[in-house]
Write a protein that binds this ligand. Structure first.
Ligand SMILES: *Cc1c(COP(=O)(O)O)cnc(C)c1O
Length: 445
């Protein structure tokens, strides 16, 4: 059995969270469903879940999967069966998780810009925790509650002012960013929440960013959360039940190391030992990232200006991480297509069909020589892959497939072209938009 081998590194060892599908299955899926197609392996998602569960065994905790990493209903249902709750960041995600079968008590809601209507829907769904990120957001929530005579469990998402060494776009835990309530404002807001009718201050939380490799960052943040919780307890706030340490656990991409889970566990143990509180965790990428690949076919080969191009049928609209975050993703050659020299390797740019020079999946990458028709697997595409895809260049979004023990199922159809213009009428219905610039000139004169 030939496991997918990603460039430079042999992939396939269970327990590393790396895709463990035989390449013959990938060939069959590509032939049956077409490309580009996202392929997720249920066994790899379960394996990651079990690794986290083992690392945290014996410490009170709950895992709320961060839906934005991969929000396909079948992936959500799989995680629900394993015992996960969910962490959502929009009303759309709320509808999605309710549709997937999660109950309100399994949902926590984060995000800096929750609208009034999103807050109302969260209150109506009686979700486990609404993590507020500012005093004004809390007052909007309090207003929603008093007008509906509902109630809500509230957490404060703290900005613990912890710097992280990850891509600037995925840092969220230090001051000067839009996320969380600044450390020096937390106590006042917490006291205000504690005094307000209809809400219970149930937790404090943080989310430091994404793809964080250094476990000491979590330990530092946890220390701040513990300090805040103790200070509030001294001031008579005794309703706090949980500390939420967010997500962001790094997985291995290429040669980058994953987060040391034992360091994370140390922090979580401290929470229990020093406060007796339950820890909430919100991993997204950790659970699904390396359980998926994006399968794509080589369309053409081309050379220009001393560079050698492999033109594939997946674009930055399908998988944006390389162009948006300069992310490195291993590329596994599943089949080599029409090549003259079976033994050779070459250094190439792997690019897509989109009309942007930033439309690449890999630059200066040494791969076994591939020709037209070759099948490639872009590794580590199970998180922030399909969920960040778009229809730019009027390209229908890719299909998604789930593999489980030698079987596969289509879990999202390839988008149809007619879906691309859904909602765009051919006969326009004009409505009065008020005065026109011409009219205003007349009225001034
Ligand atoms: C995105 C996000 C996560 C998950 O981040 P990962 O890097 O995928 O683990 C968790 N919590 C919040 C609040 C988020 O916004």
């Amino acid at each position: 059995m030939c496991l997918v081998r990603c460039e430079g590194v042999e992939r396939g060892s269970v327990g590393q969270g790396l895709l463990t599908l035989p390449s013959s299955q990938l060939v069959r899926i590509a032939e049956s469903v077409g490309t580009p197609v996202y392929v997720y392996n249920a066994g790899d998602i379960r394996a990651q879940w079990n690794r986290l569960a083992d690392a945290l065994a014996g410490v009170p905790h709950r895992v709320h999967y961060s839906v934005k990493a991969n929000s396909n209903l079948s992936v959500l249902r799989l995680l629900r069966e394993l015992g996960a709750g969910v962490d959502i960041v929009s009303g759309g995600e709320l509808s999605r998780v309710l549709h997937a079968g999660f109950s309100g008590s399994e949902i926590v809601f984060s995000g800096v810009g929750k609208t009034r209507s999103e807050l109302r829907r969260a209150v109506d769904a009686e979700i486990a925790l609404i993590n507020v990120e500012s005093d004004v957001e809390f007052r909007t929530l309090a207003d929603v509650i008093s007008s509906s005579r509902g109630s809500a469990n509230v957490g404060v998402r703290v900005n613990p002012n912890i710097t992280t060494e990850t891509h600037p776009y995925t840092q969220t835990g230090h001051s000067g960013l839009k996320f969380g309530v600044p450390l020096d404002q937390v106590a006042d807001l917490a006291m205000e929440i504690a005094r307000t009718d209809g809400v219970t201050l149930c937790g404090l939380g943080m989310h430091l960013g994404s793809q964080i490799e250094d476990a000491s960052r979590y330990e530092a943040g946890i220390e701040r959360l513990i300090g805040l919780a103790s200070a509030l307890r001294e001031r008579g706030v005794d309703s706090i039940r949980s500390l939420d340490i967010g997500g962001g656990f790094a997985i291995s991409y290429g040669s980058r190391p994953e987060l040391d889970l034992s360091g994370l566990t140390r922090g979580v143990r401290r929470i229990h030992a020093e406060t007796g509180l339950t820890t909430l965790l919100e991993p997204g990428r950790f659970l699904t990232g390396n359980a998926g690949v994006l399968l794509t076919r080589v369309q053409y080969r081309k050379a220009s200006g001393g560079r050698s191009f492999v033109i594939i049928d997946a674009g930055m609209n399908d998988f944006v991480r390389p162009s948006y975050y300069q992310a490195f993703h291993d590329i596994a050659v599943v089949t080599r297509g029409r090549v003259s020299d079976e033994g050779s390797s070459e250094t190439v740019d792997v690019v897509g069909p989109i009309c942007e020079s930033s439309d690449f999946q890999a630059l200066d990458r040494t791969l076994p020589a591939v020709g037209e028709g070759a099948l490639l697997a872009i590794c580590g595409a199970g998180a922030y892959g399909f969920s960040m895809s778009s229809t730019y260049n009027s390209r229908p979004r890719a299909a998604e497939v789930l593999v489980d023990s030698g079987r596969f199922a289509l879990i999202r159809e390839r988008e149809a072209e007619q879906d691309l213009w859904r909602g765009e009428p051919s006969a326009l219905v004009w409505r009065d938009a008020g005065e026109t610039p011409g009219q205003r000139k007349e009225s001034i004169a």
